[in-house]
Design a protein around this ligand. Structure first.
Ligand code: PEP
Length: 258
């Protein structure tokens, strides 16, 4: 992380976990720690139905509420979908776009990810855009090529003035929910590669201002080292974001890097 230029963001992705009561309790427990956090922006990406309870519980705190997906159209015949405008109206600030579970299970292609990024920005949301390679891609030595392409496609049509509302998350698929974590060097190498794509497309100044997170089995044991890397500006955290204790410890690890 480099606090001179960009924010540190610690974001939890609860996936399909925690009910409204548990969400409220989690946020209540996290509040004292959030109040002490000097450098970190704290984000909780909760299931759609938990958004109202989470927004209410987080009111007046440093905790921002995010969603885990969105549709790219503002309204229409899209059964079961939620638009970015609806999320914004409900008090959501961030939305995860292109998570590998959605790419894998719901057919979110790079093109669809791009449409969702543009829709999120249009609605005033901050997209957290996930990119990352499979183990096979890594073994074949094409990680950086794949990630470059994912980033370029996801950001097609994003204007310079919109870029500061975009967060990238490098999430190697082989590390998500598996207990395997990228080494700090691997995470930083890909983070730096993403920033280079941003530099080529938007210039050095804009690229310096974008937070690039790492996600993939980040936990209380590895967070400090990962977050010490210059191109790892925070974490997108699944499993370890489900308990205040572990999530809080990761926030504390981030806060130690001044
Ligand atoms: C994720 O789902 O974005 C994630 C990083 O999960 P986990 O931390 O459980 O690997």
């Amino acid at each position: 992380m480099d606090l001179r230029y960009r924010k540190t963001i610690i974001a939890g992705n609860w996936k399909m976990n925690l009910n409204a009561e548990e969400a409220k309790r989690f946020i209540t427990e996290l509040k004292p720690l959030a109040a002490r956090a000097k450098w970190c922006d704290i984000v909780l990406c909760v299931p759609f139905l938990q958004i109202p309870a989470a927004v209410k519980a987080a009111k007046g705190t440093k905790i921002a509420i995010g969603a885990q997906n969105c549709h790219y159209e503002p309204s229409g015949a899209y059964t079961g979908e939620i638009s970015c405008g609806m999320l914004a109206e409900a008090g959501v600030k961030y939305v995860i776009v292109g998570h590998s579970e959605r790419r894998r299970d719901w057919g979110d292609t790079d093109k669809l990810v791009n449409q969702k990024v543009l829709a999120a920005l249009q609605a005033g949301l901050r997209p957290i855009v996930c990119v990352g390679e499979t183990l096979e891609m890594r073994d074949n030595g094409v990680t950086l090529d794949v990630v470059r392409m994912q980033v370029k496609t996801a950001l097609r049509g994003v204007m310079l003035e919109q870029l500061r509302r975009v967060t990238l998350a490098y999430e190697p698929i082989w590390a998500i929910g598996t207990g395997y974590t990228a080494t700090p060097q691997q995470a930083n190498e890909v983070g730096a590669c993403i920033r280079e794509v941003l530099r080529q497309n938007y210039g050095a100044r804009a690229a310096r201002g974008v937070s690039i997170l790492y996600g993939g089995s980040m936990n209380t044991g590895n967070a400090y080292q990962l977050l010490a890397q210059p191109d790892v500006d925070g974490g997108l955290i699944g499993g370890a974001s489900l308990r205040t204790e572990s999530f809080g410890k990761i926030i504390e690890a981030a806060e130690q890097h001044e």
